[in-house]
Ligand binder design. Structure first.
Ligand code: ATP
Ligand code: MG
Length: 186
């Protein structure tokens, strides 16, 4: 399964989510690797720190996570979307960011009608449920993953020290999100 993380907007959590999902999938015994399509190389740097797995040509894994730059026009993003089974679009739950995510979702659907496209709420403060504000901003047409990620220092610390840096709540939330993502294809 190939999962692309894309967004028009920068700093929404693409790389964080790629690395978090990579760590969580490893916990569940799934073979996983990350393809770093972003010239910034943030995913590569994070993976180097935590002994993570980058994609190796010719080596098959259960889940390939593809990190991309914050752009819909750089070639890396449409290339990632074209090969993806699932496209995840992280965004904060604020209306302006949601509208950008909505545009990104339309882009992904147009480039790859077969892909499953989901907006992922990131850095939420009010827990995991979709707030009515999100529903009002987006309407009901754009699919939002039913699990969100909170704004947690533990997720930043994971990039320094791996899975052990997560407290129980953070680990639980991340595993639930991971199940929500992988079950999209079952
Ligand atoms: N759930 C979270 N909790 C706390 N901090 C977070 C969370 N998600 C992302 N961050 C922080 O937000 C910042 C931006 O995240 P990240 O680099 O993953 O975004 P990005 O979409 O990959 O950015 P870019 O578009 O520049 O590649 C980072 O400092 C990261 O640590
Ligand atoms: Mg990034």
């Amino acid at each position: 399964m190939k999962i692309a993380l894309i967004s028009k907007k920068g700093g929404v959590g693409k790389t964080t989510l790629a690395v978090l999902l990579h760590e969580a999938l490893k916990q569940t015994g799934t073979s996983v690797a990350v393809r770093d399509y972003d010239a910034q190389g943030s995913a590569t740097k994070a993976l180097a720190r935590i002994n993570g797995t980058r994609e190796v040509q010719g080596k098959k894994v259960d889940v390939l996570l593809i990190d991309t730059p914050p752009s819909l026009t750089l070639p890396a993003t449409p290339a990632a979307v074209a090969v993806a089974d699932i496209v995840l679009i992280p965004t904060s739950p604020s209306p302006m960011d949601l509208w950008e995510a909505e545009e990104t979702a339309a882009f992904a659907k147009a480039k790859n009608p077969k892909a499953i496209v989901r907006i992922v709420l990131n850095k939420t403060r009010a827990g995991t449920l979709l707030t009515s504000g999100v529903k009002t901003a987006l309407g009901n047409t754009v699919p939002v993953l039913p699990m969100a990620l909170g704004d947690r220092q533990a997720y930043q610390q994971l990039l320094l020290g791996g899975w052990e840096m997560l407290d129980t709540q953070a680990a639980k939330e991340l595993l639930q999100l991971t199940v929500a993502v992988t079950s999209l294809r079952k």
